[in-house]
Design a protein around this ligand. Structure first.
Ligand code: FMN
Length: 181
């Protein structure tokens, strides 16, 4: 079973990355056969979808001069996607939205249908619910099988390590992932 964890934060070692990695660690601990990979969208160039609609015919995105394709390849290959975002203005951050919009090219043939998804949102204070709704909208459109969600409360870098409830939830969902597939 391939588990792919993605953090949409531009901070490669930020709070979202920490929580997503905790989930992967728990999955690996509970199932030695689970292959877990973590990808931070921070440091990757992901241009916005231009809405050209060429992917409806070509079944692939015509923007090829950025890093989206290599991340998308990993998403297509995984069995379980753990997708996490920091909350920006009560929603997903821009980098995550760019990533989501570009998956339109995978939607036409439902290339992600039947995979499991776990959604993760980290906010300083509020807005995680709406960010999770956005991630769930992405997941539902692609026909993922929803396997749960985790929210974290953290503002400054590293604060997430103090959110015991989030760490416990991450551990629990990681163990659940280990039983999937
Ligand atoms: C541009 C921006 C917008 C933000 N908007 C919100 C918000 O609406 N609600 C909130 O609780 N925290 C908000 N925050 C705080 C982040 O969600 C918080 O710092 C989070 O831990 C960052 O995660 P990261 O370390 O993975 O990037 C915002 C931060 C930034 C930089």
């Amino acid at each position: 079973m391939n588990v792919l964890g993605i953090s949409g934060s531009m901070q490669p070692n930020g709070n979202t990355a920490y929580l997503v990695k905790k989930i992967l660690e728990a999955a690996t601990e509970a199932n030695a056969e689970a292959t877990c990979e973590f990808v931070s969208l921070g440091g990757h160039h992901i241009y916005p979808c231009t809405g050209c609609l060429q992917c409806r015919e070509k079944k692939e995105c015509v923007i090829t001069n950025d890093d989206w394709g290599k991340v998308a390849e990993k998403v297509v290959e995984c069995d379980v996607l753990v997708i996490g975002t920091p909350v920006y203005y009560y929603d997903v951050c821009g980098q995550m939205k760019n990533f989501i919009d570009r998956t339109y090219s995978l939607w036409h043939d439902r290339k992600l249908s039947g995979k499991y998804v776990v959604t993760v949102a980290v906010n300083g204070d509020c807005g995680a619910d709406r960010a999770l709704e956005t991630l769930e909208g992405f997941a539902n459109a692609h026909e993922f099988i929803y396997a749960g969600s985790v929210t974290g409360k953290a503002f400054l870098p590293g604060d997430i390590a103090n959110d015991k409830a989030a760490l416990e939830a991450a551990d629990k969902i990681g163990q659940k992932i280990a039983t999937l597939g």
